[in-house]
Design a protein around this ligand. Structure first.
Ligand SMILES: C[S@@+](CC[C@H](N)C(=O)[O-])C[C@H]1O[C@@H](n2cnc3c(N)ncnc32)[C@H](O)[C@@H]1O
Length: 322
């Protein structure tokens, strides 16, 4: 394989913070569900020793090829394996005997810099490539299919929800008008449609296509549904004292993570006016980041992606009553 500059490929965000908060036991079992270029996984593997195991997964086969080469070069007594899987397939690929034994798990959501920069993957509004955006190219529906088939009202809703796009209405109208004449098949075409659909002052405030591309990407890859599935699945696999670290880049996702951690912390669903709990649901653990951890100035300067990153960490296991 050609030599890869991994930091060019993707610079991991909040690396030290993730490693510190996972509080890695050398002989523990760790899972990285978004291995990407392997930045976080490489550090985890370096911390593991004899008896330690790392399972590194991603839905993108290209990311797995790069990261497994990287992980192979790390001197370690620990074992590692890579798995092509998406969140919605977790934990079906995990050995039954590992259920309840996971000491740490990381999900670093969204896309890697490589995915964004690779023109042929069709994620970028800065370069003209096929309108694709599939994190796994074997998936059926691409961004071009989505743009061709969504009803106008659904397109507006999607741009508002996932893109927080204030000009969703006029962008969706322009998309529909264009696709009625000819299919929209390239990222350049879509970026151009958006640029013409927004008022001129919006074009001066950064690239106007950014939010549309984010929204379409999230829809193509069912990112919200994927995260929702993962958050449901996690409590079944974590060991006592096992820690889950999730990095999100979108307010909607951060809210989902925060709410899930709140539910895990206080699952009791008795009516508020009940004097005592009768549902019997006990806390599954505690959130150890009362506020999300964000990147410092220096990291943000060296890595634009870090600016919107939010890390939340939850520790499973019995909570001592105070
Ligand atoms: C931000 S990058 C991870 C970068 C990685 N932590 C590193 O240090 O290089 C996100 C990765 O998660 C993967 N991904 C996103 N959603 C996923 C999902 N639902 N299931 C599996 N992998 C997913 C993407 O393919 C991408 O490679």
């Amino acid at each position: 394989m050609r030599s890869v500059d991994y930091n060019q490929w993707h610079l991991p965000v909040l690396l030290n913070e993730v490693i510190e908060h996972l509080s890695i036991r050398p002989d523990g079992l760790y899972i990285d569900l978004t291995v990407g270029g392997g930045g976080h996984s490489a550090k985890i593997l370096q911390k593991l020793g004899s008896g330690g195991r790392l399972l590194a997964a991603d839905r993108d086969p290209e990311a797995l090829a790069v990261s497994s080469e990287r992980l192979k070069c790390i001197e370690t007594k620990a074992a590692f394996d890579v798995v092509e899987a998406k969140f919605s397939e977790f934990p079906s690929w995990l050995d039954q005997e590992d259920y309840g034994r996971v000491d740490g798990l990381l999900a670093d959501l969204g896309v890697s810099s490589y995915q964004l920069d690779a023109v042929e993957r069709g994620f970028s509004y800065l370069n003209d490539g096929p309108l694709d955006m599939r994190m796994n190219p074997s998936q059926k529906e691409s961004a071009a299919d989505l743009i061709a088939n969504l009803r106008e009202s659904d397109l507006i809703a999607l741009l508002r929800l996932y893109g927080e796009e204030q000009y969703a209405y006029s962008i969706a109208k322009s998309i529909v008008a264009k696709r009625d004449k000819a299919p929209i098949t390239t990222t350049g075409e879509l970026a151009d449609i958006v640029a013409h659909a927004v008022p001129s002052h919006a074009r001066r405030e950064g690239n106007p296509a950014r939010k549309t591309f984010q929204a379409v990407r999230m829809a193509v890859n069912h990112e919200q549904e994927e995260l929702s599935h993962l958050l449901q699945a996690l409590p079944d696999v974590m060991a006592p004292k096992g820690r889950v670290a999730i990095i999100s880049f979108h307010s909607l996702e951060d809210r989902m993570v925060k709410q899930a951690m709140k539910r895990w912390e206080s699952p009791c669903n008795c009516p508020r006016d009940f004097p005592v709990c009768v549902c019997g649901k006990k806390p599954l653990g505690k959130c150890i980041t009362s506020k999300p951890i964000i990147a410092g100035e220096a990291e943000c300067e060296g890595n634009r992606r870090a600016r919107s990153a939010k890390l939340r960490v939850f520790e499973f296991g019995e909570v001592e009553e105070v």
